[in-house]
Write a protein that binds this ligand. Structure first.
Ligand code: CTP
Length: 400
């Protein structure tokens, strides 16, 4: 129907990029990117109208996003007919606009399109040998200036090659090394680097991606303090283990996985060094302060747990030490202290202690005639503590 609509409006419509790649690779992918040879924004408006969805356009880029009633998002871009100027006196060549659109992309496997127009529906458009590359399981750039145009593609190359088990082609590999040698990465803004790092952290195998970034000296190119060291690798490996362990518990909510890996990548940095990294990655003042505070909280809590163990405190004390800690901080504590009792204590908290519920509420205290005020919080806290320590506290006088 999307293609028929294109026909009615006189436009050829294609689905492009990751969706087509993943279709050939039989990987699930629900991100639909359409390219319209014509006015993409007008097309998106019509698509939204017909399906009863909403749309938002960016006229400057001639793109739009359509949100269909079932929540499905469709990105629509415009492929403009452009004139490709060859250097010197060669004539100006008019290339089909879809070809130009695909040529601007990063890798051959991402430069595939599927016709949606009714008369050619389902025809694969492959100008750059993507099907052969998919068969050979190889990732190749489309032209030798690809990494000059956009150095983040180096990280994307590693991410895709790890995700699909593709090797990076010989020429592409040389271009990456050349880009790193010429410090293309130094010029990249912190926010773009952080965006790419987050995508890496959200892959299935972030540690192998990081190792490959290290092999290309990319982490040090972002900042020397980010380079992997054996102790950092050990922590990152434990981060992976802890995340997998927690996933299998099926407890909601799940942690922000990227944050755990990021904490792992910053293992061993002192607060000044961390501030340098936060600046390099363009963290806002607030983000930097929050992350620094979390790192401090993790250190303090670890110390608190060691003290608690030393003086053999009751379980409730462990609960109150860990209760204010964000889930990511608690899991990171486990990853940072493998094979130590601390890991066991934090897991006890996450799996058991923090799920303890007590029946008593502020209203009960009111009914018992306890005067409202800050005492409420204290009493309720003691009820929780007592419940965790296994005491049956139910009488008002015991609360006094
Ligand atoms: N693209 C590019 N250069 C970049 C980023 C993106 O050429 N630095 C192109 C790619 O061709 C890609 C398309 O833009 O297919 C859409 O980008 P994105 O959504 O990031 O790519 P996907 O392939 O869908 O990635 P993922 O599977 O991780 O969502």
């Amino acid at each position: 129907q999307a293609g028929e609509l294109g026909q009615q409006t006189g436009h050829a419509v294609y689905v492009v990029g990751g969706f087509v790649r993943d279709l050939l690779l039989k990987h699930p992918n629900f991100d639909v990117d359409l390219v319209v040879e014509g006015d993409g924004v007008a097309y998106a408006a019509e698509l939204a109208r017909i399906y009863g969805g909403r749309y938002k356009s960016h006229p400057k880029f001639k793109t739009a996003v359509v949100i269909l009633p079932d929540g499905q998002r469709v990105d629509v871009a415009t492929a403009r007919l452009e004139y490709y100027e060859y250097p010197a006196a060669l004539p100006t060549v008019e290339l089909s606009s879809i070809k130009m659109d695909l040529y601007r992309r990063d890798f051959t496997v991402n430069a595939l399109a599927l016709h949606l127009s009714p008369e050619r529906f389902g025809d694969l458009v492959d100008f750059f040998g993507a099907q052969r590359d998919i068969k050979d399981r190889v990732l190749r750039v489309l032209h030798s200036l690809s990494f000059v145009e956009d150095p983040t593609r180096i990280v994307r190359a590693i991410r895709f090659s790890e995700r699909f088990g593709f090797r990076i082609g010989g020429q592409t590999d040389r271009l990456i090394k050349n880009a790193v040698r010429h410090s293309f990465f130094h010029k990249l803004s912190g926010s773009r680097v952080m965006h790419e790092l987050r995508l890496i952290f959200e892959e299935k195998t972030p540690l192998s991606c990081l190792r490959r970034m290290q092999d290309y000296k990319l982490l040090a190119a972002i900042h020397p303090l980010l380079a992997l060291t054996p102790s950092k690798e050990a922590v990152l490996l434990e981060v992976e283990n802890v995340i997998n362990w927690y996933r299998l518990l099926y407890i909601e909510p799940q942690p922000l996985v990227w944050m755990l890996y990021f904490l792992g990548l910053c293992t061993g940095l002192d607060p000044e060094q961390f501030a340098i990294i936060a600046r390099r990655l363009n963290f806002s003042k607030r983000q930097a302060a929050e992350m620094a505070a979390l790192r401090q909280q993790i250190r303090d809590t670890a110390q608190g747990i060691f003290n608690w163990e030393y003086h053999k405190g009751p379980p409730s004390e462990l609960y109150f030490l860990l209760e204010p800690m964000p889930l990511e901080g608690a899991l990171y504590l486990m990853a940072r202290n493998p094979r130590e009792p601390l890991q066991k204590y934090v897991s006890l908290h996450l799996t058991t202690l923090r799920h303890k519920r007590v029946e008593v509420t502020g209203n009960d205290l009111k009914a018992l005639g306890v005067e409202a005020g800050p005492r409420y919080a204290d009493i309720l806290r003691r009820v929780v503590g007592a419940a965790i320590d296994g005491l049956a506290v139910c009488r008002a006088e015991q609360l006094e």
